[in-house]
Ligand binder design. Structure first.
Ligand SMILES: C[S@@+](CC[C@H](N)C(=O)[O-])C[C@H]1O[C@@H](n2cnc3c(N)ncnc32)[C@H](O)[C@@H]1O
Length: 254
């Protein structure tokens, strides 16, 4: 019998989980369970900072970008933020959890989004078909981070941009520097968020997954190195609000 840790534990150095299919099923069903409260919890737990972080992603995109694929789009906020910022002319919001995509309904501008039920591990799109790929808080959930990056590099046009807003592993834990997430905020992430998730979201497991998956993920600089390995240049790392989140991104080399 496997337990949660067996499924989600990452095989050292590969950034792939032990049981990829079970992991995908668990992640999908976890987001289906919290889809109704996702937006509220997101804004509430981040004190609305998540909105500013998404705007910073949009600001990083070229002004003449045409097709944007927002992967792990969830309830569509990142795609809609790009649209609101005047970035892009066509927006694909792709996610493997239809219940999350349902959450785009009724939002301003949502009618302009093309919704796609798609797994980032095997994208149903042709090669070199989009100008930019954005991912907000999604890469950390990939069963195999390298496979996801290979798919993203495949669907991006050469010269296209890739921007990832994510809760990465704390830099300080990896480097011994004093630039990591401050202790009080770390306490909030590890203790307060699961507790509030239990009370308001009625699902402490889903909100415990946030700190545990952060702890197992890459640091911003490790993720930046991985982007270079997959052919991205002009790699940037931008700290958001005391390093709680970071934007890491780059441009696929021609
Ligand atoms: C934390 S939510 C982020 C939603 C949105 N991007 C935002 O900024 O709020 C993560 C989303 O990633 C999706 N997801 C996780 N793994 C995925 C995969 N392999 N393929 C597609 N979507 C995935 C989940 O279903 C969920 O909707």
């Amino acid at each position: 019998m496997t337990d949660f840790q067996d499924i989600h534990g990452r095989k050292a150095g590969t950034w792939a989980v032990n049981d990829e299919q079970a992991h995908g099923r668990e992640v999908r069903s976890m987001f289906a369970r919290i889809s109704g409260v996702y937006d509220f919890m997101n804004h509430f737990l981040s004190l609305n900072r998540d909105k500013a972080w998404r705007k910073n992603v949009a600001a990083r995109l070229d002004s003449d970008v045409w097709e944007i694929l927002d992967l792990c789009a969830g309830t569509g906020d990142l795609a809609l933020t790009c649209r609101g910022a005047g970035k892009g002319r066509a927006w694909i919001a792709a996610d493997f959890c239809p219940e999350m995509l349902e959450g785009t309904r009724g939002k301003e501008g949502a009618g302009a989004l093309f919704l796609s039920a798609a797994d980032a591990m095997q994208l149903p799109f042709g090669d070199r078909c989009v100008d930019a790929v954005t991912v907000g808080f999604g890469v950390r959930n990939f069963a195999d981070v390298r496979r996801g990056l290979a798919e993203i590099a495949r669907v991006l046009r050469p010269g296209g941009q890739f921007m990832v807003l994510e809760f990465y592993r704390d830099d300080r834990a990896a480097s011994g520097e004093a630039r990591g997430v401050p202790g009080l905020i770390r306490f909030g992430l590890n203790t307060v968020i699961p507790l509030i998730g239990k009370i308001v979201g009625r699902d402490s497991a889903a909100y415990s997954y946030l700190p545990s998956s952060m702890g197992e993920f890459l640091t911003p600089s490790e993720f930046a190195d991985l982007l270079r390995e997959f052919g991205f240049a002009e790699v940037i790392i931008e700290r958001q609000t005391f390093g709680i989140a970071h934007i890491v991104g780059g441009r696929l080399q021609e």
